[in-house]
Design a binder for this molecule. Structure first.
Ligand SMILES: NC(=O)c1ccc[n+]([C@@H]2O[C@H](COP(=O)([O-])OP(=O)(O)OC[C@H]3O[C@@H](n4cnc5c(N)ncnc54)[C@H](OP(=O)(O)O)[C@@H]3O)[C@@H](O)[C@H]2O)c1
Length: 673
């Protein structure tokens, strides 16, 4: 070993006090004569590396040897002497980078370089492990003609400068950022490290694109993918809107080849656009069930060696979505009975962007569209259709409507928002209301309570056609409207019953910042004061819960009457627990228990998600513990708190590090009259 190399090794090791014998032994065994300094450093690193597994501290020794090699490479590339001081050399690094069009000229024009150089702390490179330093060397440091042109600390300062260009006092800001980065308190993500302070300072990663269902859109997004992967990475594509295999294409009167052929082109684009040799491309795909057969094995599109595009999720669209429907079975029956397809042909392709209640609203809307269009078109299907001759759909008709004579025979509709529960009425035009809506006098003489956004004169014959269709539709076997109406009616009856007995319903729940209440049928936090509050509030009361929550409790809680909802008629429970097979039974059991055992007239609903959802319209009060945490991948959520409810009490509690308790608040929500 060259005495200079040995001296360096000893000086580095002075900080670590590691046994150098095995290092030197291995070095000597593998060395050959006339090695350059760089080759010696390399061999030295190789001799140290295997020792890391035995004694982890060798990682810092290897990192420092690697760093010495890096510094040598940088100083020689930018034209300084081998042992130039890193702080002084920093100014030369920036000049060299700008002159060779690697770095932005603003790094010279906007910054006080000598002041920055004074702040460089070469000793902080000792914080890096070998793997960390090696990764920076291989992937992140600026290079010119395949030679690194910045040291580790120079790199941190360059990134800090890049992020401070727009600041009022760039130098001061860069210094503050540099100290954060170099002490590893905070390190930005890859595109920032790559690009800050360079000539293309694109600092973001992770882009999610939705692919539209038309050729311009599809290829437009592929171009976007290409450009994004040139300068950044982490791409996610959502292919769900693209129509499925065998869907109808109106323009050509043909059938679609589905999403798979497009995925192949997207994959090839990803292969073709190489991001500076760095593998960072990923596409998430969720698409239609119908296309699934085109992919084998299902989760991987391409043979391994040329695969860039990964199918991360394949949504069984309507099954997966229906999990969030209020009643999955009803929706599925509806889908089956009406033959509505949930994807393809654009019929309902925006469904996937909806959540929970929105999905339900979309179904209502869809049924509305179907009904209205069927009236106009008879059996012909055309969902985004206009309805010529009979009724207007579309704002441009509004001028014509102004000319309507009172008493004209009209069909009125509320198409404008499409969510109307009363889509049309036939009668005599009775003027315009103060809110600008059209009033219709019905055959009975009554003016329709529903004022219509649009109405159009029609003939008696057209009216007859409409009415014929209306009867036909109302006789159809499943109607989500009817279903929802009947549910609402039932709930109203339940509420009336409870009110007549003077019994209140209170939810008691703990939720995280995203309304999550649990995961894998378990609570995801341990907030003892919340448990205590739960126990105090519910003690001596009837508690109503779903079967899963009952099981998650793992025992019968003392001093409380349990009513458990399940659809399983054979579900066995310990003595003293009451089982109910539907909400009506459950409420009756609660009322029976309150009466028999003379309990307070307040039913505590204690969860979980299904039961909270179902009983929210019955709740008079919500006792909510807001836990300041975020549960990752939670699978049970509390429904939205109704808009008319307001918090009537709110107390905050701080985080307790000793007991590992996150911050939380106790809140009470009530209807405020
Ligand atoms: N953070 C909190 O304050 C809190 C409180 C409670 C629960 N949780 C969490 O919530 C999660 C459990 O919630 P979950 O929604 O999955 O389950 P859940 O609401 O506790 O129970 C659902 C079950 O209730 C029964 N059920 C629902 N509707 C019914 C009806 N109309 N008629 C008859 N039975 C009916 C069904 O039982 P069968 O399947 O037996 O038919 C259903 O599977 C867990 O993670 C738990 O830790 C959190």
């Amino acid at each position: 070993m060259n005495p200079k190399t040995l001296e360096l090794l000893n000086s580095i090791n002075a900080n670590f006090g590691l046994n150098l014998e095995p290092v030197i032994e291995e070095f000597n065994r593998s060395s050959i004569s006339d090695m350059t300094e760089e080759q010696e450093f390399q061999l030295l690193t190789m001799a140290i590396r295997p020792l890391i597994e035995v004694e982890p501290d060798y990682t810092y020794l290897a990192a420092q040897v690697e760093n010495a090699k890096l510094n040598l490479e940088v100083m020689r590339t930018i034209g300084l002497t081998d042992n130039a001081d890193e702080c002084v050399a920093f100014i030369d690094m920036i000049h060299f980078g700008v002159e060779n069009r690697r770095l932005a000229p603003e790094l010279i024009s906007l910054f006080d370089l000598p002041r920055l150089a004074e702040q460089i702390r070469p000793e902080r490179t000792e914080l890096l492990t070998y793997l960390g330093l090696q990764t920076l060397y291989d992937r992140y440091l600026c290079h010119h003609n395949e030679k690194r042109i910045e040291t580790i600390q120079g790199f941190f300062m360059r990134v800090a400068m890049g992020l401070s260009i727009q600041e009022d006092d760039p130098t001061t800001r860069a210094i503050a950022l540099y100290h954060m980065f170099s002490s590893l308190d905070y390190v930005p993500s890859t595109p920032t490290l790559f690009n800050a302070g360079t000539l293309h300072s694109q600092l973001s990663s992770c882009f999610l694109l939705t692919i539209p269902d038309d050729l311009y859109g599809i290829y437009g997004r592929m171009r976007d993918n290409a450009m994004l992967s040139k300068w950044a990475g982490g791409l996610g594509n959502d292919w769900t809107p693209v129509r499925a295999l065998n869907s109808y294409i109106e323009g050509t009167n043909g059938k679609s080849q589905g999403v798979v052929p497009f995925l192949k082109v997207a994959n090839d684009t990803a292969v073709a656009v190489n991001q500076g040799g760095v593998e960072m491309f990923e596409i998430k795909v969720s698409a239609q069930e119908q296309d699934r057969e085109g992919i084998s094995p299902p989760h991987v599109l391409m043979p391994k060696e040329e695969r860039k595009l990964w199918i991360l999720r394949w949504i069984k669209e309507h099954k997966e979505m229906s999990l969030s429907f209020p009643d999955r079975q009803a929706v599925e029956e509806y889908v089956k009975a009406t033959g509505v397809r949930l994807s393809g042909n654009g019929e309902c392709s925006d469904l996937k962007t909806c959540i929970k209640e929105m999905v339900q609203a979309k179904y209502i809307k869809l049924e509305y569209i179907r009904k209205t269009c069927q009236i106009a078109y008879g059996e012909k299907k055309g969902y985004y259709a206009y309805i010529p001759d009979i009724v207007w759909i579309g704002r441009k008709e509004s001028k014509k409507m102004k000319g309507l004579q009172e008493g004209a025979y009209v069909l009125g509709t509320q198409w404008a928002d499409g969510d109307s529960r009363e889509p049309w009425a036939i009668g005599y035009f009775a003027g315009v209301s103060s809110t600008g809506k059209y009033k219709i006098r019905m055959e009975t003489g009554k003016i329709s309570e529903h004022e219509f956004s649009v109405c159009k004169e029609i003939t008696q014959e057209q009216a007859q056609r409409v009415l014929n269709h209306k009867n036909k539709i109302n006789d159809s076997p499943v109607s989500l409207w009817k279903y929802i109406d009947s549910k609402e009616e039932q709930l109203l009856q339940h509420k009336e019953l409870l009110t007549s007995k003077g019994v209140q319903v209170t939810h008691i729940v703990a939720i995280d910042v995203g309304s999550c209440i649990g995961k894998d049928n378990q609570l995801q936090w341990d907030v003892k004061p919340d448990m205590k509050r739960f126990s105090q509030m519910t003690s001596g009361h009837v508690i109503l819960m779903g079967r899963k929550t009952f099981e998650s409790l793992g025992r019968v809680l003392p001093r409380r009457e349990h009513v458990v909802l399940t659809r399983d008629e054979e579900y066995a429970v310990p003595e003293g627990v009451t089982v109910a097979y539907n909400l009506e039974q459950a409420l009756n059991s609660c009322l029976g228990l309150i009466k028999r055992k003379d309990l307070p007239k307040n039913i505590y609903v204690i969860g979980g998600a299904e039961i909270y959802n179902m009983t929210m319209p019955l709740a008079d009060k919500l006792e909510v513990t807001h836990v300041q945490t975020h549960v990752k991948d939670g699978d049970a959520f509390y429904p939205h708190i109704p808009k008319d409810m307001q918090s009537t009490s709110w107390v905050n509690y701080k985080e307790d590090l000793e007991t590992n308790t996150p911050a939380y608040s106790f809140a009470t929500y009530e209807y405020v009259k």
